[in-house]
Design a protein around this ligand. Structure first.
Ligand code: SF4
Length: 442
């Protein structure tokens, strides 16, 4: 049943927001709405906002104001809807600031998107000849690589982070829900599923009969043997021996560990309300490498946290210069209202924070590029992801996560295939490979 109305999405922020958009999109398609790739032509535009940090909030506001300025919205022909983190974080204050929006949909209400959009169009489903909203099934091809959220919210309350205030308490999604989402994506063509959450390693510990991430990964790996599975955002405490074993023992689970450390100095980690020390982090990486010597390791660090002395920052530089991580994300500390760290003494000047982040990033690039260059001569499975305008085929090896770790350029391959490639060259984070004749080798 078509409603003959079109909806367009503009998604800000991280992969978790992309997943929320895809979920709302799916609800709307099933309810009979069409999805338009042209926001200016759509009957409703949903800006799915991010407000994790101030810079992201500012970008989201810009996107909202751009849409509010569309002829279609100014003339009243189309509706503007603001969803996601901003309505969750700023509540009614946002409604009084952005009067052009017809509806605000915080994260917790995103599953009600059909009723909310129906309301904007004064649409009565009983007049359409249907009472529910599960009318159709998504048929569009899914991306080669898709993100799937396994939980939402976070209980950790790291002192710098606004997520627990925006997304609420941690809640795992059930196995059946996750499996059915993956099943749908695989049916529509996804070859890689990236499992994400704010705190992935905690999955299942809030069930009446607790389960573990290792069990989830093992079950999914066996249920979807032709699909790559990849885990992102595992807090250090979540990297159990059971999880390392589950990753090691399934060929279709990427040997990839994304473990945010944020700092290595114990005093700063305590102020961040996080655990760990150089000794503990070293033991953790050794445990992984003892079982999976060639695992790809990624971490993130914050530079310029309140009170970080030059000596403490240099301790972080020393650690990075000697660590064996393949990828290191670096962020300058962002002072977020409402968080514990906002009130801490010793806030560091903006220029100094940017300068420290830049120094750390340059060092991390040098360390990681050297590690990545050691891959020359190795043979890697590569998922073919696309073609550049000039026909150059590219993909990602198991050691390269989407959006953050660069790509592998190939001399052959069709999108969606998993090929074996000999790595001929690397350039910083990018790799180049020659494909062996035997294709789809998962
Ligand atoms: S683990 Fe810490 S940084 Fe990550 S979402 Fe939770 S509170 Fe934020």
């Amino acid at each position: 049943m078509e409603t003959a109305r079109s909806v367009s999405f503009i998604t800000m922020g991280c992969a978790k927001n992309e997943v929320d958009t895809s979920r709302m999109r799916s609800h709307l398609i099933k309810a009979g709405y069409s999805i338009s790739e042209d926001p200016e032509a759509a009957d409703a535009v949903i800006v799915n906002t991010c407000s994790f940090i101030q810079a992201a909030t500012e970008e989201s506001i810009e996107a909202i104001l751009d849409v509010a300025d569309f002829d279609s919205v100014r003339s009243g022909r189309a509706h503007l809807v603001v969803s996601g983190c901003m309505p969750a974080r700023y509540g009614d204050d946002l409604a009084s600031e952005i009067t052009e929006a017809g509806a605000f949909v915080p994260c917790s209400k995103e599953d009600d998107i059909v009723a909310i959009v129906d309301d904007l169009f004064d649409l009565d489903r009983s007049e359409l000849g249907c009472s529910g909203v599960e009318l159709g099934r998504e048929a569009d091809p899914a991306p080669v690589s898709s993100y799937v959220k396994i939980s939402d919210g976070c209980n950790r309350f790291c002192s710098f982070c606004s997520i627990p205030y925006i997304r609420g308490r941690y809640r795992s999604f059930g196995y059946d829900e996750i499996e059915s989402r993956i099943d749908d994506l695989v049916r529509r063509g996804s070859r890689e599923i990236v499992l994400i959450a704010q705190d992935t390693g905690r999955w299942g510990d809030d069930f009446e009969e607790p389960r573990t991430l290792a069990q989830l990964v093992g079950d999914l790996a066996e249920r979807f043997p032709d699909t790559w599975l990849r885990l992102m955002y595992i807090q250090p405490e979540g990297v159990t021996d059971e999880l390392i074993e589950a990753i090691a023992s399934h060929d279709n689970v990427c040997d990839y560990f994304d473990i945010p450390f944020q700092h290595v100095n114990p005093r700063l980690l305590k102020l961040m309300r996080r655990k760990g020390s150089i000794g503990e982090f070293d033991r953790l990486t050794r445990r992984i490498r003892a079982r999976i010597p060639d695992a790809a390791l990624r971490t993130t660090f914050i530079a310029g946290f309140p009170g970080e002395t030059e000596e403490e920052f240099e301790e972080l530089l020393d650690y990075v210069s000697e660590c064996d991580f393949d990828y290191i994300g670096v962020f300058p500390y962002s002072r977020e209202e409402g968080t514990h760290a906002f009130e801490l003494p010793g806030q560091i000047d903006e220029d100094e924070k940017l300068d420290r982040a830049q120094r750390l990033r340059e060092l991390a690039d040098a360390v990681c590029a050297a590690r990545i260059s050691e891959r020359v001569g190795s043979v890697r499975k590569v998922l073919v992801c696309g073609e550049e305008d000039d026909g150059q085929v590219f993909g990602r090896a198991m050691c390269q996560a989407p959006d953050v770790d660069g790509v592998t350029y190939l001399d052959a391959g069709s999108v969606g295939e998993i090929v074996e490639a000999l790595i001929d060259e690397t350039l910083l984070y990018e790799m180049e490979g020659s494909v062996s004749p035997c294709n789809d080798v998962l």
